[in-house]
Design a protein around this ligand. Sequence first.
Ligand code: PHE
Length: 457
Amino acid sequence: MSKREHPSFSSRIGFILVTAGAAVGLGNVWSFTYVAGKNGGGGFVLIYLLTLAFIATPVFMAEMLLGRLGKASTPTSLKKLQTSAGSKLPWALPAWIGLVATILVLSFYAVISGQVMAYGWEALQGGFAGWEKDQIIALDKAFKADPSVPIFWSILFLVATAAIVSLDIRKGLERASRLMMPVLFVMLIGLVIFAVLRAGFGAAFNFLFGFNEMQLSPKILMEAVGQAFFTLSVGVGGIMLYGSYMGDDVNLPKASLWIVLMDLSVALLAGLAIFPILFSANIDPAAGPGLVFITLPLAFSGIPGGAILAFVFFLLLTFAAITSAISLLSPPTARLEEAGWSRAKSAWVMGACAFVLSLATTLSFSSWAEFHPLAFLGFEGMTPFDLIREGVNNVVLPLGGLAFALMVGWGLKREDVRVALPMENGALFSIWYGALKYLVPIAIIALFLTAIFGGGH
Ligand code: PHE
């Protein structure tokens, strides 16, 4: 707490929780476990942790700072900053690309979140308690086989998201976040304790943190970096928009640290809960995007009162997904509002766009499972969903992050940046600033060079 006369503690905590709500979502539970599993565990996790600490977190702070300084929709914020920096480069361009990317992310996010909601519904009717592995696998297959079911749930998810964004009931969400986030934590810890008791815990721990057995390839590198950016929502402007709402009393570096720590702990807890179940039940870690829809129900099937716990868990995960989806729908909505559209019209139209695009993901899990549209370019075996997810996470987000790092590190004045953060500790500031100026650009460019010349896909 600072020495202010009227400490606005509650608003600072509110800001941290809402932004943590935007960051914590399917990325921590669904994508972290599925992508780590697909890419062999240890090496992926190590690169993910290093990128999170040294690349994505500094960029997260930079993106939030751009929002704090710009205080408008993302393209307008950056345009303003470009003018005040006297630069001739098109600063708004990454923000425009980011707006397209948010809708693309939302498109697959809605499908996965829809399945989370459907599983909550299943649990509410007593599902999963005492179920066998085969029954659970069959449910996942059946859910995806008839597209009308995932389509129904994706629509429900997008309608909830668009309604919240259009009604602007963020105050209510702030209150809900305060309750739901801690409960999600507690439930995850409970699941980890349950997992520790399972036979597969040792194997799971080794898989995730056994760096001695690690595998590395340009592809794994790309996925790990992409995951670090995705989990912190960095690179598309969502964090910039939240930064523009941040009160002046918020200490940006400290708030960022809290948000990153919460995000990281949810991912690690999810990993420690899910992988032991997987190894105990002999499920292939590389099972793909359906991984959590097999492991989580399996965890609850063996716990007394499992159905009700499963219901609460899927409800919390739905909530975590909605708070992230709001941060995806808000940047394009804010830009359309500036263009004179009503908030409601902007949110619903953008939500509808996400729905149309979401069909590509829904079909990738059924009739398009063998449709590999870019195989002729070397992207063999990739469905439209794979192309969208990997293209946005692994390419657009790191490049967006690179652009934000360059703006803060090279475009703005060093002293202005330091005052706006604010960061009193000179040494820490220099480390962060140096990371933006040199480490982030060099690392991201090196990553792309490795991917291009080393066969990153
Ligand atoms: N960080 C969110 C998650 O982990 C996803 C997200 C990515 C949200 C990009 C906004 C922007 O689920």
